[in-house]
Design a protein around this ligand. Sequence first.
Ligand code: HEM
Length: 316
Amino acid sequence: MGTSMHESIESVASKYSRAIEEVGKAIIERMCRIWLHVDYIYKWSNIFKAQEAALKDLHTFTTSIINERRTYLQENGIETFEDEESNGKKGRLAMLDLLLEKEKVGDIDVDGIREEVDTFMFEGHDTTAQALTFLIMTIANEPRVQEKIYEELRNIFKGNQNTPTTDELNEMKYLECCIKESLRLYPSVPIILRYLTEEITIGGYIIPRNTHIHISIYDLHRRADLYPEPERFIPERFLPEACAKRHPYAYIPFSAGPRNCIGQKFVMLEMKTLVSSLLRKYRLEAVTKPSDLKFRTDILLRTNNESIYVNFFNRC
Ligand code: HEM
């Protein structure tokens, strides 16, 4: 986003993680209690108070990120993005710098910037952390798959220890199938919500317009008619020839349509970078098994397990 998170921000970062969980809890608790759907009643509830406290911590964190960047630009006398190669490409702005530029010409105010930063922090942070957790656990539980990924990495890197280049990341085709299959079984965003502006018919049922609907990505991804033996981890389901036979909306970990995830290409590179670096150095052995996972109702796919464990062994 164009900022580094140094010490002063670190001190509020753990509060931020807790705040995100609290806000998620408040949303779910409200959703499940119909009387709390009425704003007037909700505002008197303890859930609302907890939500407000969490939002305060959340906004403290994102505001400090914005202020840190603003101060940096001011202290270094950077007037416009043309002055700085902030992301290595002169003329192309990091997101926060672009928002700060727009603020100068009155296209956005400070609350607007904070909303955008909140969206990116929320959409980009826990989603990726959850996806990596489930992927690493799954690879540890699938020795055949792990060896196949390792073989692919050995062929790409041929013994060198370098950080992967973009070309090398693009060569990790099998690892990509594993990431996709892991997101099928463990979609970080298990449900999405939509508001119907027109009537639709699904499976013979008419759903009237002006209806709020939930789309369960988790359940869709485990449909046996779309994915035979849906509980099994089979990365080959995502080889190009297998995907070609499937409906384009049968797999939607990043949603679909005009409001789909804008971070999906970035996150694939991020996950490949992290997992390939781990697997080049370590062999993983399972501790927590998929059958140990106890999912809870939340806006992100989380478990009630205290922790998810994996053993790491040095590859000599
Ligand atoms: C494994 C990681 C991720 C998953 C599974 C994921 C999934 C999703 C999903 C399902 C949506 C649509 C939500 C809805 O329709 O209600 C979404 C939206 C979004 N995602 Fe991601 N995401 C991930 C990572 C990221 C990252 C790394 C970023 C930013 C760098 C990001 C930025 C966004 C933004 C800004 C939106 C809102 C787009 C809009 O409303 O127009 N996401 N994401």
